[in-house]
Design a protein around this ligand. Structure first.
Ligand code: NAD
Ligand code: 6OD
Length: 498
């Protein structure tokens, strides 16, 4: 392939290559895999699979950029470039929406309100944060009376491997690449094998924005014994940031142990919502239908366990059932669609296995539980019905394991103490939601919940300056605001005697 052909826009011919040192490059092995539409099962792209050779090239390019032009920029120069990059993403907003929806099957309305705006904001917000962060300084005297000034200096961590999931591809990738670049690092990104398109497209936009070659590199492939392993085991990678399943996090942590590389992990959840009888019920229903079903339930922050104060329980179940049954299932562009397909047939098999398990475990199916009847070619997509259960015991697997589909279990509780206890009775600790008009109760309950984020009378209300991450099996470390700087920089102490 000629170098010019290799530089062609990757979404135009639906051949997805790696993006290394500012160029699209094929795999030298010639190995490829198919990117399948979750909407109708058609092949939407042929993706080059990276071997060790491409990962080596990408890491070397990232190292060279770090030691070269990128590393020499001042903070104002670097952050100005990142603002320009955000503008360039927005200039191609429709193309990003189109591409992300093609890959994920999610509704246009969700993608254009959440995924792509955040793809741009993730660069702007962190550019502003690093520009405005103060440093610490102390003065003292040495034993001989000389003056001493100590100050702290932040330097980039180096080459950061960024391993991403498929549920919000551009948004969750830039959530890590934004602060990494703002802090002066360079990155090698491995997008999910399910959704490589917008990560590839961003390479082109990096070039348009004038980001130096080698700052942003992309290698495509799978996890184990593929690009994921080669990248996380690479000795010249300084830090690894990962979003995905808890079990994958364990594997990556083993890889990171060699060479003692720092890790930042955003992992799975089995998030509870506590609904007290004094809540604003309309608000609680409107938000719970989103927190359970948006993105077809494939949001790590989403709600899979709902506990409702007993007096409100029958009404809440009925209202959430009605709201779930009003969701419109369909392909991304169809007007009014609120529920797309799951990401793949493999993931649908997993979600359907929980739909069966719930029944075996004694659940009452309030609504859903199967596959919707879809017309024509859509029959080949990965559709499932939004599903609500009641009647499961607290130790049922369906109540304890992350399903990552459009489903939830609703159970009653009698006291505040009981609600807190059952909410915390999980190995996970990512998010929790509390619905109450009693502000004292809101503070009291929030303080006792074991989750990285607690939303009171809201859900997924994000201020990117806040700490974001999970407790227990839901993560290691915090990103967001200045907390991202803790991971993406080394804080050095300079001590001057004068
Ligand atoms: P996954 O763990 O299967 O895959 C994530 C990424 O890791 C993919 O790019 C995959 O190829 C790669 N990978 C897999 N095995 C690897 C290995 N051994 N070494 C290196 N890389 C490897 O997760 P997924 O199915 O893509 O995403 C869904 C999961 O992500 C859910 O559990 C969800 O809760 C979680 N998630 C968490 C957050 C958060 O912020 N906490 C956000 C989104 C998704
Ligand atoms: O809002 C964010 O910054 C974020 N990381 C969201 C994660 C969503 C998980 O599916």
């Amino acid at each position: 392939m000629s170098p010019d052909a290799a530089r062609k826009p990757q979404t135009a011919n639906r051949e997805v290559m790696h993006f290394i040192d500012g160029h699209y490059v094929p795999s030298c092995s010639g190995k490829t895999f198919e990117d399948i539409s979750p909407v109708d099962g058609s092949v939407i792209a042929t993706v080059h699979e990276a071997g060790k050779a491409e990962v080596d090239q990408a890491v070397a390019a990232a190292r060279a950029a770090l030691n070269g032009p990128w590393g020499k920029l001042t903070t104002p120069e670097r952050t100005a470039l990142l603002h320009h990059l955000a503008n360039c993403i927005e200039k191609r907003f429709d193309e990003f929406v189109e591409t992300e929806c093609l890959d994920t099957g999610k509704p246009y309305s969700d993608c254009s309100h959440i995924d792509i705006p955040r793809g741009a904001a993730n660069f702007r917000v962190f550019a502003d944060i690093v520009k405005n962060i103060p440093t610490e300084a102390f003065t003292m005297h040495a034993p001989d009376g000389a003056n001493v000034l100590n100050y702290a200096l932040r330097v980039p961590k180096g080459v950061v491997a960024t391993i991403c999931p498929w549920n919000l591809p551009l948004m969750l990738m830039t959530w890590k690449v934004g602060p990494a670049l703002a802090c002066g690092n360079t990155v090698v990104v491995k997008p999910s094998e399910e959704t490589p398109l917008t990560t590839s497209l961003l390479g082109e936009v990096m070039n348009e924005a004038g980001i130096p070659p080698g700052v942003y590199n992309v290698v495509n492939g799978f996890g184990p014994d593929s690009a994921g392993t080669y990248l996380t085991e690479h000795p010249d990678v300084d830090a690894i940031t990962f979003t995905g399943e808890t079990r994958t996090g364990e594997a990556i942590m083993r890889a990171a142990a060699k060479g003692l590389r720092a890790v930042s992990f955003e992992l799975g959840g089995k998030n509870p919502a506590l609904v007290f009888a004094d809540c604003d019920l309309d608000l609680a229903i409107a938000n719970t239908v989103r927190s359970t079903f948006v993105n077809c339930g494939q949001v790590c922050l989403g709600t899979e366990r709902i506990y409702v104060e007993r007096s409100l329980f029958p009404t809440f179940v009925q209202r959430l059932k009605e709201a779930a049954e009003k969701l419109k299932i369909g392909p991304p562009k169809e007007p009014g669609v609120t529920l797309g397909p799951l990401i793949s047939q493999v993931h649908r098999d997993k979600v359907l296995s929980y739909y069966r398990l719930a029944v075996e475990e004694g659940a009452t199916v309030v609504t859903g539980g199967g596959i919707p009847d879809m017309p024509g070619e859509l029959k080949n997509g990965s559709w499932v019905q939004p599903t609500i259960w009641t009647g499961l015991s607290p130790d049922a697997r369906t109540n304890r394991e992350e399903v990552f589909g459009p489903c939830c279990h609703i159970a009653p509780f009698d006291t505040e103490e009981e609600a807190i206890r059952i909410a915390n009775d999980t190995p996970y600790g990512l998010t929790s939601v509390v619905w109450t008009r009693d502000l004292s109760r809101a503070h009291r309950v929030a303080a006792q919940l074991q989750s990285g984020i607690t939303w009171i009378n809201s859900w997924f209300l994000r201020d990117l300056r806040t700490p974001f991450g999970g407790m227990k099996h839901s993560g290691i470390g915090r990103e967001g605001g200045v907390h991202s700087l803790e991971f993406y920089t080394e804080l050095r102490n300079i001590c001057i005697r004068y």
